[in-house]
Design a binder for this molecule. Structure first.
Ligand code: NAD
Length: 708
């Protein structure tokens, strides 16, 4: 029989139950058992009570929830209320004179795993996952994780877990657990038999901090090799290098000094703009899901079968998302040949994943079996959602939607993947505009995490809510936006591409511009990106946007000339750069600079040397300014939504927190003043394109930020 001697009425989130000589401390802090102040106080009280009670022989720390603990309550970082600090709680546990077992009844991450590391024994079940994901928040495990984990699992595996932040299955970490039950259900029995075994042993307290780190067990150049191995993917991030230094401290220093060094490095990370940026994105991603367009009572439609129109680049990738989630898809193409080609590319993609060991051959076949093809609209009668991904032409989209309206059952969500077209106009051709929505995937659609959910004038709350939830099912990060040209992401990127092109005319080279942007942290610069996407795409968009851009004769003229000469980018082997057959590496082409020179001369633009700083400001600040206009118009509900779009859709560095957070960190007054300076310096061009958004001016004057 167990007796509960503490409960939540004590204002603690830790319940102490006694069962014979066993005291169980159960963490109860839904939804994720964060180790917030009340949990830390509860653990201290619980442990002290158990230690003082002579009838208690063994203490077990576990939880009542489906997980052990997701770690620290990071909202407390900002408040600064860290008392009692977690390391202090863990020291109390580790120094306890009675054996303490951590029973991990579910995943343990961050501080949750650090808590387990400080216990004397650990038990869990096969398949349970643990990890130290702090690096994703721009920090490092600051409660002894970097010192204790290497002592238990070895330096190399610990280093990798801490620097990558990846979760790992319990059975892949020999040394960490004293016992692995076969299933979660068998965990209690495993804990009881371990407790019995411990009590029968003479030496019952095994402190992790006492375990010596055997330097001969790993190669002396481990750290140097690890550093060079991760240099590319951790470029610009502050925390990964500090994670490495903390593990080095574990190897080089006695435990207590190692803990001190870990704490110093933790505090160093915490104060960086990178940590602020990464934590901003963490919260913004979650906040993006909370929108005012529906509520708890809004019903959600069941999406059991999906239709996709068009088996091209996007249609194929979109279909894969659903097959990956186990949802059957019917793909419609105009001609059997196009359909076969599209399905063939999907199979090739899956086979490539299988070759890399990411999928089994069985998975490939299972996913392919969920994909069917048709050339007849009659086969779309039973789908719950249809996503159109045909050519970007309004008349074709309208024709597709009229046909869908006729064949789809009532309640089918009719979605378009258009990048730029007016969804209200598309919705105007159907009898049920409330069912029409934009689901804007990013290329490659099976890889990119972002989904812009675009609500049109008449889209119903039910359709919006279903779409937002569906994004989770297919493992996407959804952001709800309104209709305008290019929605949020592409509307903003237009300003960036325009400015990059103009800088070319003014004398910068594609290499210089791409280098500045790459060094700022994007995966590639605008010219490499343009060549990869195909310069013809932008060209056609410009043709349809003539009324908005023809006042500026310099608007992307070099790109226009390149396309007119057949230099459409990587696929043609020539664009802003040259490419060797089958190679993706851009090679400089003096001819492009020559085209820029002659166009500049024709337009009366004086070429000059342009500084890297000017390139950065002129590419990024107008993008921020467009974001401000988007907020003002209500196309995005909050600045964080824009940041999420840019980090997940455009590779804007997470450590800068997205463009709006970057602006906040830089100072809105500086952004505003700089835009005004270029407006004044660049004559008619400046007047046309460098007008600061009123909301930017207002916030700058008030000393405020976008993300307040
Ligand atoms: P794509 O040319 O690769 O594919 C379009 C496919 O649609 C072709 O296979 C074509 O045969 C088929 N098609 C054309 N008309 C059709 C019709 N009436 N019925 C059925 N099938 C038809 O184009 P894509 O790059 O996949 O773009 C598709 C849509 O996605 C466009 O609206 C585009 O703006 C949008 N989009 C593209 C990207 C991108 O990076 N490529 C990103 C986001 C959104």
């Amino acid at each position: 029989m167990s007796v509960e001697i503490m409960n939540q009425a004590d204002n603690h989130c830790v319940v102490l139950q006694k069962q014979g000589g066993l005291a169980r401390l159960l963490i109860k802090n839904p939804p994720v058992n964060a180790l917030s102040k009340r949990v830390r106080l509860g653990l201290i009280d619980g442990i002290q009570t158990a230690l003082q009670d002579p009838s208690v022989q063994v203490v077990v720390i576990s939880s009542d929830e489906g997980l052990f603990s997701a770690g620290a309550d990071i909202s407390e970082f900002a408040s600064g209320d860290v008392e009692p600090p977690l390391p202090k709680v863990l020291a109390l546990i580790e120094n306890a004179e009675k054996p303490v077992i951590a029973a991990l009844n579910g995943p343990a991450f961050g501080g949750g795993l650090e808590l387990a590391l400080a216990c004397h024994y650990r038990v869990t079940f096969i398949g349970n996952k643990v990890g130290l994901p702090e690096v994703h928040l721009g920090i490092l495990p600051g409660a002894g994780g970097t010192q204790r984990l290497p002592r238990l699992v070895g330096v190399a595996p610990a280093l990798d877990m801490i620097v990558t932040g990846k979760p790992v299955k319990a059975e892949k970490l020999p040394g960490l657990f004293d016992h692995l039950a076969n299933t979660r259900e068998l965990l209690d029995d495993a804990v009881s038999s371990l407790a019995d075994k411990i009590l029968n042993q003479r030496e019952t307290i095994r402190r992790t901090s006492d375990i010596p780190l055997d330097a001969s067990a790993f190669s002396p150049d481990l750290f140097a090799r690890y550093r060079s191995g991760i240099a590319r993917q951790t470029r610009g991030f502050y925390a990964p290098e500090r994670c490495i230094q903390a593990v080095e401290a574990a190897v080089e220093l006695p435990f207590e000094q190692g803990l001190e060094r870990e704490n110093e490095l933790f505090l160093e990370c915490l104060q960086t703009p990178q940590a602020r940026g990464q934590q901003h994105i963490f919260f913004a991603e979650r906040a993006a899901f909370h929108v005012e367009d529906y509520d708890r009572d809004t019903p959600v439609r069941n999406i059991a079968k999906v239709g996709v129109i068009g088996a091209g680049t996007m249609g194929g990738g979109i279909a894969m998302n659903f097959a990956n989630a186990g949802i059957p898809v019917m793909i419609l193409e105009l001609k059997q040949e196009a359909l076969d080609k599209g399905l063939g590319i999907i199979r090739k993609n899956y086979e490539a994943s299988a070759a890399k060991g990411k999928l089994s051959q069985e998975d490939v076949e299972k996913r392919m079996s969920l994909l069917s093809g048709t050339t007849s609209y009659q086969d779309l009668g039973d789908v719950d959602l249809v996503i159109e991904a045909v050519f970007e032409k309004m008349d074709i989209k309208k024709e597709v939607f009229s046909r869908l309206d006729k064949v789809c059952k009532p309640g089918t969500i009719l979605a378009t993947n258009t990048s730029t077209l007016d969804i209200n106009e598309i919705a105007s051709v159907v009898s049920r505009p409330e069912d029409v929505i934009g689901l804007h995937f990013f290329s490659p659609a099976n890889v990119m995490k972002l989904l812009e959910v675009v609500k049109a004038e008449n889209t119903s709350a039910e359709v919006i809510k279903t779409s937002m939830q569906l994004a989770k099912t297919i493992n996407k990060v959804a952001v709800l936006v309104g209709v305008c040209f290019g929605f949020v992401g592409n509307r903003m990127i237009e300003t960036y591409s325009r400015e990059a092109n103009r800088l070319l005319l003014e004398g910068a080279s594609p290499e210089q511009i791409d280098k500045v942007i790459y060094e700022f942290g994007l995966p590639m610069g605008p010219f490499t990106m343009g060549d990869m996407a195909g310069l013809d795409i932008g060209y056609f968009v410009r043709q349809s946007r003539k009324p908005f851009i023809e006042h500026d004769p310099s608007y992307c003229v070099v790109a226009d000339r390149l396309v007119e000469q057949g230099r459409v980018g990587l696929k043609a082997g020539r664009g802003a750069y040259l490419y060797e057959a089958g190679q993706r590496k851009p090679i400089s082409d003096p001819e492009v600079m020559e085209i820029a020179r002659s166009e500049a001369c024709r337009l009366g633009i004086q070429q000059r040397e342009i500084s890297d700083q000017e390139i950065l400001e002129r590419c990024i600040y107008p993008l921020i300014n467009e974001g401000a206009l988007i907020l003002e118009e209500g196309i995005a509900a909050k600045a964080g939504d824009i940041d999420v779009i840019y980090v997940y859709g455009y590779g804007f560095p997470a450590y800068r927190g997205g463009p709006m957070k970057y602006a906040d960190e830089t100072g809105l007054k500086h952004i505003y003043d700089t835009l005004c300076r270029y407006r004044d310096q660049l004559g008619a061009y400046g007047e046309a394109w460098f007008k600061p958004a009123p909301v930017l001016k207002q916030l700058a004057e008030q000393g405020k930020t976008f993300n307040s």
